[in-house]
Write a protein that binds this ligand. Structure first.
Ligand SMILES: Cc1cc2nc3c(=O)[nH]c(=O)nc-3n(C[C@H](O)[C@H](O)[C@H](O)COP(=O)(O)OP(=O)(O)OC[C@H]3O[C@@H](n4cnc5c(N)ncnc54)[C@H](O)[C@@H]3O)c2cc1C
Length: 513
């Protein structure tokens, strides 16, 4: 078996899969190492009981919280990474997110690059991932002259009513940018009805993900190879600790020792930090690329919650994730609270199995079936601030997350704002006679939006990576998953991870290869 490559990419998710796509036409020998296999195409893909109840596609790994209590993280190890189950809401960060922003609980720091640096790559990313949307409808959206590659997804009737009610209340709902390929139907295929999306793998492969939209295209090139079920266990450096010489991976019971001129880590923010820490050696006793002691620190994942608003009238929507609101993104609008609150987005329509799995006890007087039929689902996210003490460490080889939330009051206010807006609608007062809401805040196992653990920056003392996501300490090591984030913003992270991987890919092609 071949063991020498030009480039090794570790992880095939949003960052790694996209980078493989970008570098594929370089002609360089590229190996993508992915610890998981393919998610099987099977009927359980779209069954809530299997996906949310049995958590069939999640890892069975157990991690530790700050009190050393074990928990099972919402982490997916498979080709395409977490994008295989994500909701494909593909947002650009706001221009202000690249600057310092003062929040209730502290400062969201400035990024070492500006929105302008990522702007062309955001557009490239939107095209690659088939994003539907409408420019000019979101008051906070960053500048862009080109339209979205595809038109906005229409609201189903009940969602359109909610949209209209919120607009009448004075808010500015806008079409949620979603990555999905509905064009396939134009080629004489049966129509595709959007339905199971957030949290579900898509057996029809209409949903845009890193496997279908990026990695598969990379693998059309002869010089690119994917090895599945290949878990990288250690990076070995030269004696000076400044170059990765070997990558060790477990594959079908064997230990592989692979070599490459360039090694790109993209295991997701938690696993990339863990792998660097695990690879400590005599020269780098605190872990690789960690002379700054920043590896694993500033872990962020959003202060977020899912909210179901229950109305008397049934909601027969199949695909509810068609609009979002940023009215409180930059500021609460309250004289006594001059801070940002966050982002509001519709969630995929919940069903009985999903609700049962996520809230085991129904509210008194309601059955799961009734709730499911009447729920309108929202997702709310507030920026999670970077904190040095929020960190990934290893305890006897096991991943440990020490974490405490930030901006909790801002998040509570965001929830109240949404509830008030819904209550104020006359239609909603009909639909919400008892104003029953169930709100579930995301705990530590909700690692979906993990970022920030291997941050980039100009200063090697306060960052791990340079502005092109190359290690300050190890010249042949790059990191392109969500770990490079300096702040989390309050929008979903994937489009920024994808756009950045395209940017880093250009840099590698133009400056290194
Ligand atoms: C249910 C859910 C819904 C979401 N919805 C959205 C959404 O609507 N919009 C959005 O923007 N984001 C969403 N996200 C988040 C999004 O999926 C992540 O931000 C994104 O996938 C992160 O990309 P990444 O490259 O950092 O990591 P990942 O995509 O997770 O990829 C990491 C890859 O590395 C592999 N790997 C890990 N360790 C090793 C190792 N040691 N050796 C080899 N391979 C390894 C993993 O198996 C995985 O394939 C959602 C996530 C979840 C779970």
């Amino acid at each position: 078996m071949k063991t020498q490559y030009d480039i090794l990419i570790i992880g095939s998710g949003a960052g790694g899969g996209t980078l493989a796509y970008k570098l594929a036409d370089s002609g360089k020998k590229i190996l993508v190492l992915e610890r998981g296999g393919y998610i099987p195409t099977e009927k359980e893909n779209w069954e809530s009981e299997a996906v949310f109840g049995a958590q069939k596609y999640m890892t069975e790994e157990l991690w530790l919280d700050k009190d050393n209590k074990t928990f099972r993280p919402g982490q997916h190890y498979n080709v395409g990474g977490n994008t295989k189950v994500y909701g494909a809401a593909l947002f650009r960060m706001r221009e202000s997110d690249y600057n310092e922003v003062i929040h209730h609980n502290g400062i969201s720091p400035k990024w070492p690059i500006s929105y302008t640096d990522l702007k062309p790559y955001y557009l490239e990313a939107e095209k690659l991932y088939n994003v539907h949307g409408e420019r000019g409808t979101d008051p906070t959206e960053p500048s862009e002259e080109s339209p979205y590659p595809l038109p906005p997804l229409p609201n189903e009737p009940r969602i359109q009513e909610v949209f209209d009610d919120l607009k009448a209340y004075g808010l500015h709902p806008f079409p949620c940018p979603i990555g999905v390929d509905l064009e396939k139907e134009k080629q004489a295929r049966a129509p595709y009805v959007l339905d199971r999306f957030d949290g579900f793998p898509d057996p029809t492969e209409h949903k845009s993900d890193a496997h279908v939209n990026a990695l598969r295209k990379a693998l059309e090139h002869e010089n690119v190879t994917l090895m599945i079920n290949a878990k990288v266990t250690k990076l070995i450096t030269d004696p000076s600790g400044t170059e990765v010489k070997e990558v060790h991976a477990e594959h079908e019971g064997d230990l592989l020792r692979l070599k490459a001129d360039l090694v790109v880590l993209s295991c997701g923010a938690i696993n990339s930090a863990a792998l660097l820490l695990k690879s400590a050696n005599d020269k780098c006793p605190n872990g690789l690329a960690n002379s700054s002691d920043m590896v694993g620190r500033n872990y962020m994942f959003h202060t977020n919650s899912a909210l179901m608003a229950i109305s008397k009238e049934p909601n027969s929507t199949k695909f509810g994730k068609t609009f979002a609101m940023n009215d409180y993104y930059l500021n609460s609008g309250d004289a006594d609270f001059d801070f940002p609150l966050g982002h509001i987005q519709m969630l995929g329509k919940s069903d009985e199995g999903q609700i049962k799995a996520q809230s085991p006890v129904p509210a008194p007087g309601f059955t799961f079936e009734w709730i499911a039929k009447h729920a309108v689902d929202f997702w709310l996210a507030t920026e999670d601030l970077p904190q040095m003490g929020n960190r990934i460490t290893l305890q006897n080889g096991q991943i440990k997350i020490t974490y405490s939330h930030s901006n909790v009051e801002s998040h509570d206010r965001l929830k109240k704002k949404l509830k008030s807006a819904l209550e104020h609608s006359s239609k909603f007062s009909h639909f919400f006679p008892r104003n029953v809401y169930f709100s579930k805040d995301m705990g530590i196992s909700a690692v979906a939006h993990q970022n920030g653990t291997v941050r980039f920056g100009d200063n090697p003392k306060s960052s791990t990576l340079d502005i092109y996501c190359r290690s300050h300490d190890i010249k042949n090591l790059f990191v392109v998953d969500g770990s490079f984030f300096v702040s989390s913003s309050a929008v979903n992270p994937s489009l920024t991870i994808i756009a950045n991987a395209l940017r880093v890919g250009d840099y590698i092609k133009n400056e290194i290869l």
